[in-house]
Design a protein around this ligand. Structure first.
Ligand code: SF4
Ligand code: SF4
Length: 438
């Protein structure tokens, strides 16, 4: 068994009980590297974005949470007595994984790789501990109000913001060509925009760009339209395992019914959950479907490599790239989006990049929860992007797109714009404005 799969089985064994993370909690040496270690290997400037942009209290860090977790495991702290401030700090964590990436408790089988360890080589499952603590808080009915509302919306409306299901596929009207619906025509490849992109005006342009490119490459694909269900990624990350399982069951029934064999995800969060959570929580019920899960960056890169699509000109603006935590650090997909960009434009990297990348602030509930200490990671990351001098910050995640647009709007002197990698790629192709001729 690989180290990576061991970690996934450990972190995602289908239980959210803190007692399942006891070994991890006790492995924590309280060294504080997850707080503010500056690594010689790569000049890491910051480890925890939340710690750096709040008062820096211990409870914002992995070390602090591990100490509280230990108190809970030893019966010295009961979840229902946790202070509102601690619960707020727990949900302020964006689950970006940077602390886990930098923790020095490494699986011994990966020592030979040091200092080039991967996220999955780290023995303390810091994200799993956080999620288990969130589960305990949800069970006691005491998460922050915003999180309660998000969970209610996911349950009632199938999206975090409680928007109407009938509007879920309104984006398809902008395609300029008819798109297959799984309920009307058979198809094996599903384009899965997910809840965030489907309702975001900004990301609807991304969905269109991907759809136009897929069509240009003569890929047979479909959408679920208003039948599409939330993947359950947010429910799981916010600590509502029961709701996750309910959403996952709805997805399995739909995918089975329509004979889907490949899912192309827009959101790295959905990609991560289909790829890593479904097999563990649903077991054979999922694996026997043999569904291939891809993030669209991989899909587009494959089309480029296989000469199915042909950029015809360079994209004229300088671009920098935001690594989405759940694509890069957590799933190791750093190169695919960069290769797409490098084929069509010049790429100026930010100082904090790849495994050291700085979260946009939207993960782990950050898209909705506004912590008491107002960390404003989106503004901090937007500043870092502006410092490259690029005109465009390229994204590969609808959550990053939303957060960075908000961040840039608070820096009027920076004229940088957010574009998705698919939009940039599409701009270099001749069929961009000719959907009717496709
Ligand atoms: S989680 Fe890792 S880096 Fe943080 S204090 Fe514990 S052992 Fe050190
Ligand atoms: S996951 Fe990210 S935000 Fe959360 S404690 Fe770790 S470094 Fe900080």
């Amino acid at each position: 068994m690989s180290v990576a799969s061991k970690r996934i089985l450990k972190r995602r064994k289908g239980s959210r009980s803190l007692s399942d993370y006891k070994d991890d909690v006790y492995l924590c040496a309280r060294c504080g590297y997850c707080r503010d270690m500056i690594r010689a290997r790569d000049k890491t400037a910051q480890v925890c974005p939340i710690r750096e942009n709040t008062g820096g209290f211990e409870s914002y860090t992995a070390r602090g949470r591990n100490i509280i977790a230990r108190g809970i495991l030893e019966g010295k702290v009961v979840p229902s007595s946790l202070s509102t401030e601690f619960i707020d700090s727990l949900y302020a964590c964006t689950l970006c994984g940077s602390c886990q990436e930098h923790c020095l408790a490494l699986d011994e089988r990966s020592w030979s790789r040091f200092p080039d360890n991967k996220f999955s080589d780290h023995k303390i499952d810091i994200l799993g501990i956080n999620e288990a603590m969130r589960s305990a808080i949800v069970e006691k009915g005491v998460p922050p109000g915003t999180i309660r509302q998000v969970l209610r919306n996911l349950s009632l409306h199938g999206n975090a913001e409680g928007l109407p299901r009938s509007q879920r596929d309104a984006y398809a009207e902008q395609f300029g060509f008819p798109v297959k619906r799984a309920k009307d025509e058979r198809c094996k490849t599903l384009l899965y925009p997910g809840s965030v992109a489907s309702y975001s005006e900004r990301s609807q342009r991304t969905i269109r760009a991907i759809a136009v490119i897929l069509r240009g490459a003569e890929t047979d694909f479909c959408i679920l339209g208003s039948e599409e269900e939330d993947s359950g990624a947010d429910a799981l990350r916010l600590g509502e395992t029961g709701l996750f399982e309910e959403l996952a069951q709805r997805n399995i029934q739909l995918l089975k019914k329509y004979g889907i064999k490949q899912i192309i995800c827009l959101s790295p969060h959905d990609f991560d959950t289909f790829q890593n959570d479904y097999p563990v929580f649903l077991g054979e019920q999922w694996t026997e479907l043999k569904i291939k899960v891809q993030h669209y960056a991989e899909t587009l890169l494959n089309l480029l490599r296989n000469n199915k699509i042909h950029p015809e000109r360079r994209f004229s603006k300088m671009v920098t790239y935001q690594d989405p935590c759940y694509l890069g650090r957590i799933n190791g997909l750093y190169n695919a989006p960069r290769e797409i960009l490098r084929r069509v434009t010049d790429l100026a990297e930010m100082k904090l990049t790849r495994h050291n990348s700085f979260c946009c602030g939207g993960g782990g509930g950050g898209l909705w929860h506004d912590p008491l200490d107002k960390p404003r990671l989106e503004t901090e990351r937007a500043k870092q992007a502006c410092a490259t001098g690029a005109e465009i910050v390229a994204v590969a995640c609808p959550t990053c797109a939303k957060m960075l647009e908000t961040g840039l709007s608070s820096i009027p002197q920076c004229k940088m714009q957010v574009m998705d990698i698919a939009e940039i790629l599409l701009e270099t192709m001749s069929f961009i404005n000719e959907p009717a001729s496709l």
